[in-house]
Design a protein. Structure first.
Length: 479
């Protein structure tokens, strides 16, 4: 069963894996103690419990769905599991145990002789620990007796309630290893089989990737670095969402879950290919590397050979507005839209939106810890006037207007800061003078219709500011 998992606990991913691609084997290793990070969440049934050294998830998380963000946690626990260990030709009897699966580059499965009435597992020593390597198979299994019994009860196909981990014989004269796990329900067995396959897949992936480049931090100063998969050549970007020393919930994880559960965000491909990996030290976001560069880098290169054409700006703004629409339809306001957080391909055929670390979740009424974030020159004026009031989608429209102004002119619209030759500060958003900024567009031969559109996006009053729907329906974009 999967009931009664406390709200603060992490949840089991439902994304299925093809077990045939990730074989593994098992070998025994004795362990003298349980790591201090192990925490067991008590339950009153034979539940699968996900545990970690701290609570990464928000207590107000969305309900689990088939479209849930794939997450591999650092460890999983199941009680009242019948375990049988031995070789293919010599098996012991089944014994009821508590099992703990620890994930990572070298995953391991520990057995504990602990039941619900016993002391907490962190105070006990495991009977044995089996290291999962790369030469065995994990599959569902069912005994012949239960097969006949279930076939008598139902005309349909039976559901297996067991899992078998088995390895090939190495060296040839050595008996092959076998580990069998029997769960109370078929649902438990199916979920644990998926978890084990995902664990083995990640272990193999971890051994085949190599670090490439460490990048500058994101909104909250988290580490970001690149990896390259040796076999496929595919590149990934890894971002640290939270560390074990952080207090409170991981806000960005909550936002990513919200987006992944949203049909609008999935259709727009906002976070396609994202997955979460937890280690004892940190919660990591693993993303496929975008085949391009950020918009700041793109515009700098283009300035050397001329400004963007009107058609290119139309393509850019239309795609970006649709991504923001999908974000807002998911109940999320990005709050930090800027050149560095927009990714583009060289032909502008694809546009991506990244870094939701400062995003605001409008649907999370239980979380009172969300705070104002933004970048000087992009943050909406109303956010400066009243930081405690939740932002609206209009805040992102203002940032999009600044970005559009930069794409058209190569400059930001805050003329006073440019005249004073100083860096932008947050309060500059309160002093944008459109009559001073509009001549910069005129000097670039921007038409009156487009100038009016940009001015409507940069209106200081969010009630007077045009919406994303109006931007997408404007005659300039539809022409």
């Amino acid at each position: 069963m999967l009931a009664r998992v406390p709200p603060g606990d992490a949840r089991v991913p439902k994304a299925a894996s093809d077990g045939g691609e990730w074989p593994s084997s098992v070998r025994r290793r004795h362990s003298s103690a349980v790591p201090p990070s192990l925490q067991i969440k008590q339950s009153q049934a034979d539940d699968l419990v996900v545990t970690s050294a701290r609570s990464w998830s928000s207590s107000a998380r969305p309900a689990q769905t088939d479209g849930e963000l794939p997450i591999l946690y650092s460890q999983y626990v199941a009680r009242n599991v019948r375990v049988l260990v031995g070789s293919r030709w010599r098996l012991q009897r089944f014994q009821e145990r508590t099992i703990v699966l620890r994930t990572g580059a070298e995953p391991e499965l520990s057995l504990y002789a602990v039941n619900e009435a016993a002391a907490l597992i962190e105070a006990t020593e495991p009977e044995a620990t089996y290291i999962l390597s790369l030469d065995a198979v994990c599959q569902l299994s069912c005994s012949q007796s239960s097969n006949r019994r279930e076939m008598r009860q139902s005309v349909g196909a039976f559901q297996a309630r067991g899992i078998e981990l088995s390895s090939a014989a190495k060296p040839p004269n050595t008996p092959a290893f076998r580990l069998r796990l029997r769960f109370v329900t078929a649902a438990d067995a199916a979920i644990w089989c998926t978890v084990l396959k995902d664990t083995l897949a990640h272990a193999r992936w971890s051994r085949e990737v190599q670090p490439q480049k460490r990048r500058s931090g994101s909104t909250l100063g988290r580490d970001v670095y690149s990896l390259k998969h040796g076999r496929s050549g595919q590149r990934f970007v890894v971002k640290t969402l939270a560390t074990a020393s952080d207090t409170g919930d991981c806000h960005e994880l909550q936002v990513l879950r919200r987006l992944h559960a949203s049909a609008s965000a999935r259709d727009a491909g906002l976070i396609r290919g994202y997955r979460i990996v937890e280690t004892p030290q940190a919660m990591l976001l693993v993303m496929p590397q975008f085949p391009g560069e950020n918009l700041l880098q793109f515009l700098r290169k283009r300035r050397r050979c001329g400004q963007l054409t009107v058609e290119e700006v139309q393509t850019l703004v239309a795609q970006l507005a649709k991504l923001l629409q999908a974000t807002h339809a998911s109940g999320i306001v990005h709050c930090d839209l800027k050149l560095e957080n927009v990714l583009v391909t060289s032909d502008l055929a694809r546009v991506g939106l990244i870094d939701f670390g400062g995003a605001y979740d409008l649907l999370d009424s239980h979380n009172q810890s969300q705070f104002m974030t933004g970048t000087p020159g992009y943050i909406a004026p109303e956010r400066m006037l009243d930081p405690l009031t939740p932002p609206t989608p209009q805040a992102d429209v203002f940032s999009l207007g600044v970005l559009l102004f930069q794409a058209l002119t190569g400059q930001h619209p805050f003329v006073k800061a440019a005249q004073e030759q100083r860096a932008l500060v947050l309060r500059d958003s309160l002093h944008l003078v459109w009559t001073s900024a509009e001549p910069l567009l005129t000097a670039r031969a921007v038409g009156a219709e487009l100038r009016e559109l940009v001015g409507g996006m940069l209106a200081a009053d969010p009630r007077a500011r045009i919406s994303l729907d109006q931007v997408l329906a404007s005659s300039w974009l539809c022409s």
